[in-house]
Design a protein around this ligand. Structure first.
Ligand SMILES: [Zn+2]
Length: 221
């Protein structure tokens, strides 16, 4: 059975890991001609414009994004979102996030979300979208209270190597994903082992639950 890595910026060579590799539309244009990372490793792609990159030139990239979304390799839209702690104009971040949310809704793909100190604004945007797709907040490090609030809104939470252990203990497997993000040294299999121990479940149960969540959200179309 696979170890699903919900979000990574690096190639994956192991055949027992199913990685969702993140690209900007520009990066995906270059990389899709290259093909999977190795002959063995299955590969899924998430594609999106990060709030940090929502600059003045973003309209061209939004158009590129729209034209690439039908590619069968693309399993999710992301990472997209809102970040109060970066220098990028917040209004433009909101415009770019909403545009991509609507694209995801149109093609029915799940969304990987980057959100820093903008939860209310995030929810306000999500409510503007008809048939809003499933949202997964990636790199979640928040406390149990915030996790509960987000799960009440129907969000999934993806944990990287740094997380709040109390939160991890209380979150049901049916709302959970695991990821290594941009950490090239992080090992997804070790993270699964660590999480299985903390949650006191067999490794296979964790693997099975993550794959089931991915299927449920339509990752493997
Ligand atoms: Zn990332």
């Amino acid at each position: 059975m696979f170890f699903l890595n919900l979000h990574t910026h690096h190639p994956e060579m192991r055949s027992n890991v199913l990685a969702v590799r993140n690209f900007s539309p520009k990066q995906f244009l270059v990389n899709r001609s290259v093909g999977p990372d190795s002959d063995d490793a299955p590969a899924l792609v998430s594609m999106g414009i990060h709030p940090w990159n929502a600059d003045e030139m973003v309209h061209a990239e939004l158009a590129t994004m729209a034209s690439l979304l039908q590619d069968k390799q693309v399993a999710a839209v992301g990472e997209i979102g809102l970040d109060r702690c970066c220098d990028v104009d917040f209004e433009r971040q909101q415009m770019v996030f909403l545009a991509q949310l609507k694209m995801a809704a149109c093609v029915g793909l799940p969304v990987i979300v980057h959100c820093v100190k903008a939860w209310d604004e995030l929810l306000a945007m999500v409510r503007q979208v008809d048939n809003c797709p499933s949202l997964i907040v990636h790199g979640f490090r928040g406390k149990p209270e915030l996790a509960n609030q987000l799960m009440k809104w129907g969000f999934f939470l993806s944990f990287g190597t740094k997380f709040n252990e109390d939160t991890l203990r209380q979150i049901p497997l049916s709302s959970l994903f695991l990821e290594t993000d941009d950490d090239a040294d992080a090992d997804i299999v070790s993270l699964y082992r660590r999480v299985a121990e903390i949650k006191d479940v067999p490794l296979e149960t964790l693997q099975d639950a993550m794959m089931r969540n991915a299927h449920l959200l339509g990752f493997c179309r």
